[in-house]
Design a protein around this ligand. Structure first.
Ligand SMILES: NC(=O)c1ccc[n+]([C@@H]2O[C@H](COP(=O)([O-])OP(=O)(O)OC[C@H]3O[C@@H](n4cnc5c(N)ncnc54)[C@H](O)[C@@H]3O)[C@@H](O)[C@H]2O)c1
Ligand SMILES: [Zn+2]
Ligand SMILES: [Zn+2]
Length: 437
């Protein structure tokens, strides 16, 4: 799939952008540790050149906190196109400003900052509305234009389908357009609370706001990884009267019950999820949110069709949501999807008047100021979802264990040689090999 997509992309040519994805190495030739992709389930630590200022509005960060996201698992499985061997991954990270280009005015050397997972230009019609993930001018992928009619913003460490920018699972990272893509963090907020402003907090918040959760709603959440757990919290904050989480990982189901007090459905136990929801909520859900993953088919039909490349994505969750939601209710998709799916229940969608909303990649800039304020005032504390802390050197093991949801893992804080010691109450350093099953 990678060879074909890369060939096709080459033939289609690059779309125009206002940033370059390639960075200039430092003149002294110094190197850093970074996590790079080499193939499906093959990620390795490499020595890569430390980036220098390449364009005048660049910022170079010393990374003090980074992590793995469920979206990285799509790369890990080779389910996203236009990956190339040696691509440095990672789109959720923060750090201390090491160098700034001459055109960077509002970010200063030594400042603690979080980067948005998207690289926005700051000036296009989408950026003017803070729809940073939709920026029109930072992603070269002509292939994405051809497949979707438009293209997303460039993302850090997320294949050449989103611009080919080296990511933040590394000791240093270059942040293009540093004036707009970095959020300063006050000293009162430790890294373990700030890091997630990069992705999972704005993402889960966006899902809940965009699908329109309101007071009294009964909300179903498919997938209880970090995104689902945070979306459940935000749904409760918005006044949901009941939240029902669906997954089959026992530790994640228990986590949701104990930490957020929500009801759960284990889809191994209740194989007919729709029937179970109809039992629990006669009349159906007001709102359903897909926080799952597009490449883990449950049924033989999709397993076979996916294996034969007759579809790239699986419609099981979306169909369950449509069936379990009341007539004229709303279903949102914040989980990432890549391409095409079979057996989509378009009849039920239409006949029931379901409002099915693709939330897009989350526009981080729209929400991160408000969310930072919510952290500062204690209205939210993202550390509830952080279960482990590991060292950067352990990224290859972390990918394998996060993928298999080993040892009760939810969100992981990954430290580098530049990290501060764990803050009060946050997990202390562990080795992935010691997590157990
Ligand atoms: N739109 C965005 O901006 C954005 C940003 C970040 C993550 N995401 C996406 O959100 C999703 C969740 O991210 P995460 O970090 O929590 O990932 P994760 O992989 O840790 O969690 C996904 C969960 O879904 C569960 N699941 C799988 N199939 C299911 C099914 N049929 N029914 C119910 N649950 C099922 C898995 O057991 C797992 O616990 C991913 O698809 C990720 O790519 C989107
Ligand atoms: Zn992510
Ligand atoms: Zn833009």
């Amino acid at each position: 799939m990678q060879a074909v997509s890369n060939k096709l992309a080459e033939r289609l040519g690059d779309a125009p952008t206002v940033v370059s994805a390639d960075y200039k190495p430092r003149a002294d030739g110094t190197t850093m540790k970074a996590l790079a992709w080499f193939g499906a389930r093959d990620v390795r630590m490499v020595d890569a050149p430390i980036p220098d200022i390449t364009e005048p509005d660049d910022v170079i960060l010393k990374v003090t906190g980074t992590t793995i996201c469920g979206s990285d698992l799509h790369l890990y499985h080779g389910e996203i196109v236009q990956l190339q061997q040696g691509d440095i991954l990672g789109h959720e990270f923060m750090g201390i400003v090491d160098r700034v280009g001459p055109k960077v005015k509002n970010i200063h050397v030594g400042e603690r900052v979080v980067a948005s997972f998207q690289i926005a230009c700051g000036d296009c019609s989408y950026c003017k509305k803070k729809l940073s993930s939709m920026c029109d001018r930072t992603n070269t992928s002509g292939l994405q234009n051809a497949m979707y009619g438009h293209r997303d913003a460039g993302f850090f460490g997320y294949s050449h389908f989103t611009g080919g920018f080296p990511g933040g699972q590394a000791e240093y990272v270059r942040v293009p357009k540093g004036n707009v893509n970095l959020l300063p963090i006050p000293d009162s907020v430790p890294d373990e609370k700030a890091l997630f402003l990069s992705d999972i907090l704005p993402t889960s918040y966006h899902a809940v706001v965009d699908v329109g959760v309101k007071k009294g709603d009964v909300v179903g959440i498919w997938g209880l990884g970090p995104i689902g757990q945070c979306a459940a919290r935000f749904a409760l904050i918005k006044g949901a009267s009941r939240v029902i989480g669906i997954d089959n990982v026992p530790s994640r189901l228990l986590f949701a019950q104990e930490k957020s007090g929500i009801e759960t459905i284990d889809f191994n136990q209740h194989t007919d999820v729709v029937k179970r929801i109809q039992e629990l909520v006669p009349g159906g859900l007001d709102i359903a949110i897909d926080c799952g993953t597009f490449h883990e088919p449950k049924t033989m039909l999709h397993k076979v069709e996916k294996a034969l490349m007759l579809e790239t994505d699986v419609s099981e969750i979306v169909n369950e949501m449509i069936m379990a939601t009341k007539k004229m209710g709303s279903c949102g998709i914040i989980a990432a999807y890549a391409g095409y799916t079979n057996h989509f229940n378009i009849g039920a969608l239409m006949e029931k008047g379901i409002r099915l909303i693709g939330h897009g990649q989350a526009p981080v800039h729209k929400y991160w100021h408000d969310l930072r304020a919510m952290i500062e005032t204690g209205k939210i504390d993202p550390t509830f979802v952080v279960t482990h802390r590991v060292s950067l050197d352990e990224f290859p093991e972390l990918y394998a264990s996060f993928d298999k949801r080993v040892g009760g893992v939810e969100k992981v804080f990954v430290e580098t040689k530049f990290s501060a010691p764990p803050s009060a109450g946050a997990p202390t350093l562990t080795r992935v090999a010691d997590w157990g099953l």
